[in-house]
Design a protein around this ligand. Structure first.
Ligand code: PGA
Length: 247
């Protein structure tokens, strides 16, 4: 089964209307492979701005959301609000949410369930820390994180699984193509055993962690790497090269 290549940009807490507007202009004018699904993760305050300026061929994602539609939750945003801005995706479980803001597996699971029920697509992030890799428990960690997500998913067609080793995020240390492929293959096997063969074959498993224009092609050539989640390089014109990694 062919899985459509998926490239997400994660702008994190970067940019302003001027710089993001310039980036959006570059993207709109860029030559991008029509066989690639592209989604840009904008800061919540710029979701409306990004959606109104980006060409419709590009999707937009929020970088987080809460687990209920509305209420007394100061500072949070809901999937309903995200959709109201014309935005169809949300990134959940990013390592910065997990490790800087202390989000638990349980909360990430609840957010995943609510976002999907609300009609958003979810880029669900998992990944081991350096000590966990060095301790030989990468699989245990990513399987446990994936299980909590899987327990909260009914419709896998709206889910993209992002494997992002924490030691590779923002460090310039990209996982080698072999390291990425190894974990992606094991995740697909896990999905086959614990969800279904059809889901294992159809879910996009994307890699994130210091992806650049220089590293993207070899990573993209791996059998189970179905795209990328890109932080730093998604703020640069180089993002176009990453989108076209398979071209
Ligand atoms: P990076 O970030 O590409 O800057 O390493 C990736 C991410 O956090 O999604």
């Amino acid at each position: 089964m062919s899985r459509k290549f998926f490239v997400g940009g994660n702008w994190k807490m970067n940019g302003d209307k001027k710089s993001l507007g310039d980036l959006i202009q570059t993207m709109n004018a860029g030559k991008v492979d029509a066989n690639v699904e592209v989604v840009c993760g904008a800061p919540s305050i710029y979701l409306d701005f990004a959606r109104s300026k980006l060409d419709q061929k590009f999707g937009v994602a929020a970088q987080n959301c809460y687990k209920v539609p509305k209420g007394a939750f100061t500072g949070e945003i809901s999937p309903a609000m995200i959709k109201d801005c014309g935005v169809n995706w949300v990134i959940l479980g990013h390592s910065e949410r997990r490790h800087v803001f202390g989000e638990s597996d349980e909360l990430i699971g609840q957010k995943t369930a609510h976002a999907l029920e609300s009609g958003l697509g979810v880029i669900a992030c998992i990944g081991e820390k350096l000590d966990e890799r060095e301790g030989g428990i990468t699989e245990k960690v990513v399987f446990a994180q994936t299980k909590v997500i899987a327990d909260n998913v009914k419709d896998w067609s709206k889910v993209v699984l992002a494997y992002e080793p924490v030691w590779a995020i923002g460090t310039g240390k990209t996982a080698s193509p072999q390291q990425a492929q190894e974990v992606h293959e094991k995740l697909r096997e896990w999905l086959k055993v614990n969800v279904s063969e059809a889901v294992a074959n159809s879910v996009r498993i994307i890699y994130g962690g210091s992806v650049t224009g220089g590293t993207c092609k070899e990573l993209a050539s791996q059998k189970d790497v179905d795209g990328f989640l890109v932080g730093g390089a998604s703020l640069k014109p180089e993002f176009i090269d990453i989108i076209n990694a398979k071209a």
